[in-house]
Design a protein around this ligand. Structure first.
Ligand code: NAD
Length: 275
């Protein structure tokens, strides 16, 4: 089985023949984890990148790394729950590149806990960032996506959006709404040639996961995943980049689970125990 280091250092330029070269991609939540890996993979394959994040500093760090590697990237500060930030980020994109073809929305928040314990503020913030943010962002990009010949939106939801999850609280319901919102966007905007898909990660080894899961919980989760390990951000990025690129030109309104088989298995722990 490949190690985490081997997976993270695998070649990133596999998209180079599939026309992302020259396209402009805004990756929101691009300062960390799945968003950062997606921005880097799109950049290595020739796309011009806007790294947007609520936190400007990590967004700038990712953009700087892309530029150092020979790619094109600018960083913008953007909170997806603030319309003024979104409008400024879209304007900065058009000012920098004159076009916008791909929107990847990886921004998300989680407040682990039960429905009973979740505060109304946590519930509302979950929906404000994970759902309202996705809508406000995509609507602001829409006029520019309509002008593109390769327009694509990829939202990042979660397995928790399709099934109950321990400590899922407000997170699961908000991610379920994001999957539904994705389908609605896809159907309404198909007439404009804009594809909209959603990727639902299983458990991926990112700062978000490390901040919210104790090591023993991670070990237990690894035992439940049929592939026997957490995913890494570059694996998510490759799935997102495929959907975002013209390589997926007839794929729209789909949820793709990138999860090592977790969503389809109840019994992985038993298989491993019997080995
Ligand atoms: N890591 C996992 O196992 C996992 C599993 C399922 C779903 N997801 C989803 O994948 C997405 C990315 O997660 P990650 O693991 O890379 O997390 P991460 O914490 O490493 O990165 C998320 C980024 O989003 C940014 N962000 C948060 N709120 C924002 C806001 N209001 N506006 C703009 N940016 C904001 C953060 O600053 C951060 O840089 C999230 O939507 C998350 O819910 C992750």
């Amino acid at each position: 089985m490949a190690s985490k280091d081997e997976l993270n250092s695998r070649p990133r330029d596999w998209l180079s023949n599939s026309q992302v070269k020259g396209l402009v991609a805004m990756v929101v939540g691009g300062g960390s984890g799945i968003g950062a890996a997606t921005a880097e993979t799109l950049a290595v394959n020739g796309a011009r990148i806007v790294v947007a994040d609520r936190r400007k500093e990590p967004a700038e760090t990712v953009a700087e790394a892309i530029r150092k590697a020979g790619g094109e990237a600018v960083a913008v500060a953007m909170d997806v729950s603030a319309q003024a930030d979104i409008d400024a980020g879209v304007k900065a994109t058009i000012d920098a590149y004159g076009q916008l073809d791909i929107l990847v929305n990886s921004a998300g928040v989680i407040f682990p806990g039960s429905l009973e314990d979740c505060s109304l503020d946590e519930w509302r913030t979950s929906f404000l960032v994970n759902v309202d943010g996705a809508l406000l962002l995509a609507r602001a990009c829409l006029p520019h996506l309509r002008k593109s010949k390769a327009a694509s939106v990829v939202n990042i939801s979660s397995l928790a959006g399709g099934r109950g999850y321990p400590n899922g609280g407000a997170y699961g319901p908000s991610k379920a709404a994001l999957i539904s919102l994705t389908r609605q966007m896809a159907l309404e905007w198909a007439q404009d040639g804009i594809r909209v898909n959603v990727v639902s990660p299983g458990t991926i080894d990112t700062p978000l996961t490390r901040a919210n899961m104790r090591p023993e919980i991670i070990a237990d989760r690894e035992a439940k995943i049929p592939l026997g390990r957490l995913g890494v951000a570059t694996e998510l990025a490759d799935t997102v980049c495929f959907l975002a690129s013209p390589a997926a030109s007839f794929v729209t309104a789909q949820e793709v689970c990138c999860d090592g088989g977790l969503s389809q298995s109840l019994m992985a722990q038993k298989f491993y125990a019997n080995k």
